[in-house]
Design a protein around this ligand. Sequence first.
Ligand SMILES: [Zn+2]
Length: 242
Amino acid sequence: MERSCERAIELGLPAIAFTDHADFVKVHPDQYCVDIVGYLDAIDRCRARFTGLRILSGVELGEPHWFPKETAAILGAGSLDNVLGSVHCIKLDGETVDASQLRERAGVDFEAATRDYFAEVLAMIEGGQPFETLAHLDYPKRYWPQDGTPYREKDFEAEIRAVLSAAARTGRVLEVNTTRGRLLCPDITVVRWWREVGGQAVQYGSDAHDPDKIAEGFPIATQMVEAAGFKPARDPVSVWRR
Ligand SMILES: [Zn+2]
């Protein structure tokens, strides 16, 4: 985290947010649940050391609707500036699978699995868990097979619009995740739909996982969001609004 703060200052960023993972399933080696007490200590240490940088705390709750008790324990541990909700996993033939693992399994129907994924995102939004931002809503796109039909937002328009409408109705913020500079999740098609269904706000995440990747892809993401009809916030830590 300290190296990330140094990198943020080097880039001239006015602020940085650490939204560490709170995953309660472990089907993937990268999944873990933040040690929330240690994490909040680390935030305090960074704030004391980098006084010229605004440092926001937060977590990315993984499938919080499956784990209300665990979610409450994390959120009850201290005050957090930014709480994201995300789905990484779906149930496939009764087994919990991360969307990044679908490629490794024989005979997976990607289109059907992606529809299941969006149904899970909808269930999370409607599940009443207290998160304000919807993270990387089209996560399976990152792992879409290179051979065969490419991923097209249009093919999932009904499912995505249902997700966006529920998110707008419940006052959520849409995250545009730049996947460490590799891919916009979601892209402009979806951000335009977000505006159409009444979505009010957008925020950015580079999902950096590494100090070198902080804010990677933000120039293109911000241009895209502006083109979709959202305006930059005056305060650099605020969400962009329509
Ligand atoms: Zn995630």
